[in-house]
Design a protein around this ligand. Structure first.
Ligand code: FNR
Ligand code: LAC
Length: 364
């Protein structure tokens, strides 16, 4: 049945879903970059689980609802954004294309969605701010052992119009990622491999792995920017985060790159969203495994306010810089709108667990 087989797309016009874009990106990236972007930790059980869980959840649509006008807009920090699909912080976009974060930040502005820049970016926060114009942009923070350096960075970010700090807490050390080692077997260090090695060097030598919850007080003492915590797995930690007065949390496992065999992002979201459902003004985001519009819908149905995507935007960058990233968001957006309409939903606020089928098959 060769006619029915999916071919590797030759260009963006032949990409109709994120899987196509991933396939095309694999043909474009160097083996070191691909290993770094693609990889998870250990046996990549969590990496696969993040993705597979979405396929197990069944949607349960309502019919005969007027869905002629679907609104996907969402308000974050008093800004109206086009969709609840945002840019997760990911290191070193220049491994994917020469303009790196400048291209992805421009795409985020053009798509009117939220951009989160990584501490390990390959373009400076100033370059990114210029490319992102008056878009909504956040900064993901890995804390330096020398807190004065982090403080300087944060003060500069305020000047540059970044409006929140996202403190990543699931990476006091880098996860055990074998693909990066395997990609380097028997080779001299190449330039892209060297920047990846430098990245791991930061984890080992520069990043502070000693701080605890008091870090939130410190951050609040030096900045008025809103603070989010990224990498919350457990209900008890979610509750402490709320107690500490952060604006919200990212529930996720760093895209399966840190501790292998933890639950998928969606599995962790369910109890956390339940425990936090009465907290007004406490945002819960999900990141990890989103590859389809139906995945976005399912995350929102289980209580996420919005989702962040990591690898898909890197695949887009590798396939076509800014245009490639836009294509990723156009595809996800269009799939998401179709899903909303077919579920009988017009607004994000209407998405809830009643659109998830929960019955078990009776025993025959
Ligand atoms: C990441 N992620 C990440 N997170 C973070 O807080 N700081 C960072 O610098 C990075 N860097 C990074 C690099 C690469 C190559 C990847 C793939 C991921 C994690 C990222 O923000 C997000 O949590 C995951 O990517 C979400 O999973 P998906 O969407 O890739 O399945
Ligand atoms: C990573 C880091 C940089 O996942 O967060 O590679």
């Amino acid at each position: 049945m060769e006619k029915l087989e999916k071919k590797i797309p030759r260009n963006l016009n032949e990409c109709f879903n994120i899987d196509d874009i991933e396939k095309l990106a694999i043909t474009k990236l160097s083996k070191h970059s691909l290993a770094y972007y693609y990889g998870g930790s250990g046996d990549e059980i969590t990496l696969r689980r993040n993705r597979n869980i979405f396929n197990k959840i069944k949607l349960y649509p309502k019919v005969l609802v007027n869905v002629s006008e679907t609104d996907t807009s969402i308000i974050i920090q008093n800004r109206k954004l086009a969709m609840p699909i945002f840019f997760a912080p990911a290191a070193m976009h220049r491994l994917a294309c020469p303009s790196g974060e400048k291209d992805s930040a421009k795409a985020a502005f053009e798509m009117n969605t939220l951009y989160c820049l990584s501490t390990h970016s390959s373009c400076t926060p100033s370059e990114v701010a210029a490319a992102n114009k008056n878009g909504l942009r956040w900064y993901q923070l890995y804390l330096n052992k020398n807190r004065d350096i982090s403080k300087k960075v944060i003060l500069k970010l305020e000047e540059l119009g970044y409006s929140a700090i996202v403190l990543t807490v699931d990476a006091p050390v880098a996860g055990y990622r074998e693909r990066d080692h395997r990609a380097r077997i028997g080779e001299e260090e190449l330039s892209d491999s060297a920047s990846i090695i430098a990245n791991f060097g930061f984890f080992k030598n520069i990043q502070d792995s000693s701080f605890e919850w008091e870090i939130i007080d410190w951050l609040k003492s030096i900045t008025k920017l809103e603070i989010y915590i990224k990498g919350i797995h457990r209900v008890d930690d979610a509750l402490i985060a709320r107690e500490k007065g952060v604006k919200g949390i990212f529930v996720g496992n760093h895209g399966g790159r840190q501790l292998d065999t933890v639950p998928s992002a969606l599995e962790m979201l369910i109890p956390i969203a339940k425990a936090c459902k009465d907290f007004k003004d406490f945002d819960i985001f999900l990141d990890g495994g989103i590859r389809r519009g139906v995945d976005v819908f399912k995350a929102l149905a289980f209580g996420a306010k919005a989702v962040f995507i990591g690898r898909p935007l890197l695949w887009g960058l590798a396939c076509g810089g800014e245009q490639g990233v836009k294509r990723v968001f156009e595809i996800l957006m269009s799939e998401f709108i179709t899903c909303m309409k077919l579920c009988g939903v017009n607004k994000l606020e209407e998405i809830n667990e009643s659109y998830i089928f929960k019955e078990k098959l009776p025993k025959f």
